[in-house]
Design a protein around this ligand. Structure first.
Ligand SMILES: NC(=O)C1=CN([C@@H]2O[C@H](COP(=O)(O)OP(=O)(O)OC[C@H]3O[C@@H](n4cnc5c(N)ncnc54)[C@H](OP(=O)(O)O)[C@@H]3O)[C@@H](O)[C@H]2O)C=CC1
Ligand SMILES: O=C(O)[C@@H]1CCC=N1
Length: 278
């Protein structure tokens, strides 16, 4: 399989690392193009032993799979340039937040297969939670191929497109919510006297342990939480403060806001409105 990335940023590199590590693709079959950052292309070429930058440029249009990985505000400009060049024997996979398959299809000449996806940056270590959805001309075989690509970098669910904004707000942005939580716990741990290196080790193992408990015991989170919470004990004291500070309401608002932003970004791009970064 030859795979070409339009957009050579953070998520494109994360996907490449995962795909190479899982032997889903060979370095010699990978190409990247971007807008102007030549140093970035050189970095990728040297680090992952990719073909020369000139060769990559030629290869891109002959890729079996073309991954669209530019920022939403660039999507229309990129689609105007590249859309008419794609052909029916290619498969387009977009990771662009908010942008619909219909919108991408409107730039293509043929009944080309388009799949919209939402991975996250944990692709770098093969631990992404990815959702994919089929455009008008994507066949079951195309979906299988996309599923296989993303399985190389984590787990994959296949969903109706109307759920993709919610996925973007939940698991696309999701790692950031956990990173913020780790940052907050580290600061809090310092305040109660724990050195940073020690607290980081304890927090990370607690996070890993909790996610493995959820996956391996099959118990519901509320059951596992209750198992830790002794009456009148430390956990109850901590959880009470989380409740007082409206932790759950905060999470609800967080996911709502991120989902809404994905919808808005999609509308701005798909309806060609002026893009505003807040
Ligand atoms: N980061 C994340 O966690 C996730 C991001 N996404 C989505 O992935 C997409 C990319 O995000 P991210 O990797 O963070 O973005 P980055 O800003 O890191 O990278 C964007 C890339 O697109 C290139 N580019 C810009 N304009 C063009 C153009 N006209 N033609 C070709 N290439 C172009 C840029 O090149 P240059 O530097 O030369 O301008 C740059 O290499 C976004 O749409 C985002 O919604 C999806 C899932 C998770
Ligand atoms: O913040 C963003 O818009 C992108 C989409 C999901 C993760 N990062």
């Amino acid at each position: 399989m030859r795979i070409g990335f339009i957009g050579a940023g953070a998520i494109a590199e994360a996907l490449l690392v995962g795909l190479l590590a899982n032997n889903e693709v060979k370095a010699e079959d990978v190409s990247f193009i971007n807008r102007s950052n030549y140093d970035r292309l050189k970095y990728l070429r040297d680090k992952y032993h990719l073909p020369s930058i000139e060769r990559q440029k030629e290869m891109l249009l002959h890729s079996d799979v073309v991954l669209l990985a530019v920022k939403p505000q660039i999507a229309n400009e990129m689609l105007e340039e590249w859309g008419p060049k794609f052909t029916r024997n290619q498969q387009i996979i977009s990771v662009i937040a908010g942008v619909t398959t219909k919108h991408i299809e409107s730039f293509l000449q043929d009944d080309i297969s388009v799949i919209r996806s939402m991975p996250n940056t944990s692709s770098t270590i093969g631990m992404s939670a990815t959702a994919i959805t089929a455009g008008t001309h994507a066949t079951a075989d195309d979906m299988n191929r996309a599923e296989k690509i993303f399985q190389g970098v984590g787990t994959v669910v296949s969903l109706e497109e109307n759920l993709m904004d919610a996925v973007t707000g939940l698991s696309g942005s999701g790692p950031a919510y956990f990173y913020l939580m780790v940052e907050g716990l580290e600061l809090a741990a310092q305040k109660v006297g724990l050195p940073r290196e020690v607290s980081r080790q304890l927090i990370l193992q607690t996070l890993i342990g909790a996610s493995h408990m959820l996956m391996e015991t099959g118990k519901k989170p509320e059951v596992l939480r209750q198992e830790i919470t002794s009456e009148g004990g430390t956990t109850a004291a901590g959880l009470q403060v989380m409740e007082d500070y409206l932790f759950l309401e905060g999470l609800e608002k967080t996911i709502e806001a991120a989902t809404k932003r994905s919808q808005e970004m999609g509308e701005i791009v798909c309806e060609n409105k002026k893009y505003k970064i807040r």
